[in-house]
Ligand binder design. Structure first.
Ligand code: DGJ
Length: 698
């Protein structure tokens, strides 16, 4: 790369998005592809002093490697097996931009021929949405093994002002998706997972409030958000280059717990990094993500086909734990059917040896003691009552006390020489081994072809702490995750009518790759109503309502213990894909009647909740909080409040456009101006919550 760039007009490529264009250009000297502008936000000249810097360290490179630049971070860190380290990537061929079917796809060949490394950088946009996708395909053209201690798919450069904040979704089991704000004037903020799953600790999305919108919209903010589509160990870094006025956000599979190796002639595609720019507030960011996630769903959210895939379900876990018995399950199914439930799911505990968490995982045969007349008897009972039958499985796991483990002790993730430890009494099967992947595929096929199953909940209840340089190699998480994807793809291809619920002890494995391969996700094991509302608030900032499985149980809150009514619980669960998880045999007739009414109400409006634009008003910690779901024809408002507040509340609605709206079930008619100005009066039908439906009138 030249030290002194020649003056020339750079070549530019425009990739349209719903917000404008994402524009890249070739840096002076044909050295690299750099970011030029995003909508109307342009890259300014770097304010960094050039002293001590090579040109590449001053440029907003779209993807770069250690060796191309050495002051600031790089996305690719490579070592050749003969010891040669780093690579100097330059543009090494024709940059192509294909535009068809509302999509633009740029590919840029980069290479260091001296190393034998070829990197094809891809950038793709869809013209009707804001998200920009990036990844790289790396090729080993050398005669040596290439070892990547970091192999990420590019980076996004985000211009920020001095007040910029970074927003994260973080937490722990039962407290997922808690929003955190960080100021980062200098340094690197690194988040990720070393656990072989996306994790409860951090969600792979980083949002930047870059400062006030300078295009003249009062109070609006300049916002960027970057997410990583990857479900194994991962890392995202936000690098605030001192005094440069930019953040560089990059990410990919974890660079700490894994090394990825490519043999001569091999190639590999990195996970996709996605970024978006918008103006407004956090719900505009959420809307842009939800719009992107629509394209990941196999049916249009809110459509009849999508609704059928996401039934109102009953799940037995909170009612029975491991104590699964055919007659008891049938009794629960009978009650569930009376409520208008559409799918009945037997959770953990149905298979041989499973009387506690200590045994059974891996032995996926129906326990004949618990089901003396076979699982068919329960399935027939469920389907005869008009519901689909669903079942729980945790196919990546094995208990030491299981026939599977006794037969194949070498199938588990295990670092050579390290004592093998259990978490929740279980080991993780190493899906990266072809024989293990085949066995899981066989297990799934046998189960789903033998029984009339319409709903499968795939759980995963521990991190893969024992992955490492055993038979799975240094890239154990990479291999495990790719096999997980292949197995989910197999389910979709061979059992297209089965709804797939993804779960990892609640929200331990939720990201855009999981969303692309499942229909719903179990958001959290926390079902206490006020805690759950807070989790859902965070979840909806990056993930959509139509995947957000949410059940009404009788569980207590752990954190926010202010009393909440039974109705409050229903309204919380109605904000996503409603389910019931309580022990229905303990519910009085009045509880059953209430549940049936709520389920009927939900079935009437769920196409709006799943298909509409989501707006969150206030904070679940505040006096009043609401979720507004808006389609062309209808607005649904789900509202909650604290005990200390009384009297009517007013909620200034958004996203309505001009027109008039009639309150369903009442005689009030409102002008849109009134609803967005003085606000919608919330009468609190129940003490601490309300559901209001407004229909647009001609
Ligand atoms: C964790 C899940 O999140 C729960 O819903 C339940 O399926 C248990 N695992 C069962 O072991």
């Amino acid at each position: 790369m030249n030290d002194e760039p020649a003056e020339q007009t750079p070549q530019r490529w425009r990739l349209p998005t719903a917000g404008g264009d994402y524009v890249v250009e070739v840096a002076p000297g044909d050295a690299a592809l750099v970011w030029h502008s995003w909508d109307s936000v342009a890259a300014g000249p770097s304010s960094c002093d050039r002293h001590f810097m090579g040109v590449a360290d001053l440029l907003p490179l779209e993807a770069t490697s250690l060796g191309t630049r050495n002051v600031h971070g790089a996305e690719i860190v490579v070592r050749r097996s003969d010891g040669l380290r780093g690579a100097r990537l330059t543009v090494a061929g024709e940059i192509r931009l294909a535009q068809r079917d509302g999509e633009s796809h740029l590919s840029c060949p980069l290479a260091d021929h001296a190393v034998g490394l070829r990197v094809e950088l891809h950038i793709r946009t869809r013209h009707d949405q804001r998200v920009v996708e990036k990844w790289v395909q790396v090729h080993n053209d050398s005669d040596y093994e290439l070892q990547f201690s970091r192999l990420w798919g590019g980076a996004f450069t985000v211009p920020v002002d001095s007040e910029a904040t970074i927003e994260l979704l973080a937490g722990q089991w039962c407290q997922e998706f808690t929003p955190f704000q960080v100021r980062l004037p200098a340094g690197t903020l690194s988040i990720g997972s070393r656990q072989g799953i996306t994790s409860h600790t951090y969600s792979p999305v980083i949002t930047v409030d870059a400062g006030p919108d300078e295009t003249g919209h009062d109070g609006e903010r300049e916002l960027f958000s970057v997410a990583l589509s990857w479900s194994g160990s991962w890392r995202m870094s936000t690098d605030a280059v001192p005094l440069s006025g930019v953040l560089r956000i990059a990410g990919g599979s974890d660079d700490e717990s894994a090394t990825i190796s490519l043999a001569p002639g091999q190639q590999l595609r990195t996970p996709t990094l996605t970024g978006l720019h918008t103006r407004g507030d956090a719900d505009d960011v959420a809307h842009a993500w939800h719009t992107y996630q629509r394209t990941l769903s196999r049916d249009e959210p809110g459509s009849p086909a999508a609704i059928r895939r996401r039934p109102v379900l009953y799940n037995s876990w909170y009612a029975t734990g491991f104590d699964v018995r055919a007659d008891h399950q049938l009794a629960l199914a009978d009650r569930a059917a009376q409520l208008g439930v559409e799918a009945f799911v037997v959770d953990d505990g149905w298979f041989t040896g499973r009387t506690s968490s200590a045994a059974g995982l891996g032995d996926w045969q129906v326990d004949s003691g618990k089901f003396p007349a076979g699982l068919e008897q329960l399935i027939d009972g469920v389907t005869a009552r008009g519901m689909r039958f669903g079942i729980w499985i945790e196919p990546e796991m094995v208990n030491p006390d299981s026939d599977l483990h006794r037969a194949h002790p070498q199938w588990v993730h295990h670092s050579r020489g390290r004592p093998l430890g259990t978490i929740r009494n279980q080991y993780v099967l190493n899906l990266g081994l072809p024989e293990v992947e085949d066995w899981v595929a066989h297990t799934l096929r046998s189960l789903l072809s033998r029984y009339d199953i319409g709903y499968l909940k795939w759980d995963m209840n521990r991190s893969i702490a024992d992955g490492g340089p055993g038979r799975g190699g240094h890239d154990w998480s990479w291999r495990h995750t790719q096999a997980y994807y292949r197995l989910l793809d197999l389910l979709r291809a061979e059992f297209p009518d089965v709804t797939l619920e993804a779960c990892a002890g609640g929200g331990g494995r939720i990201d855009n790759e999981v969303l692309a391969r499942s229909d719903v996700v179990w958001t959290s094991d926390e079902t206490g109503p006020r805690d759950r509302l807070a989790i859902q608030h965070g979840f909806l900032s990056a993930y959509p309502s139509w995947v957000m499985s949410s059940w009404v149980t009788d569980a207590e809150d752990r954190l926010d213990t202010e009393a909440a009514s039974a109705e409050f619980r229903f309204v919380v669960a109605m904000a996503g894909v409603l389910g019931i998880g309580a022990d229905l045999l303990t519910w009085a007739d009045s509880d059953m009647d209430r549940a049936a009414r709520f389920i009927a109400r939900y079935r009437d409006i769920r196409h709006v909740i799943h298909g509409g634009r989501i707006r969150r008003h206030g904070s679940p910690a505040g006096q009043m909080y609401a979720v507004q779901c808006t389609t062309e024809e209808c607005v649904v408002v789900l509202a909650w409040r604290r005990g200390g507040s009384d009297g009517e509340g007013r909620l200034a609605l958004r996203d309505l456009g001009p027109g008039r709206f009639a309150a369903r079930g009442g005689d009030q008619v409102f002008d849109a101006d009134e609803l967005t100005g003085a606000g919608l009066p919330v009468g609190w039908t129940w003490r601490d919550c309300d559901v209001i439906v407004l229909d647009r009138v001609p």
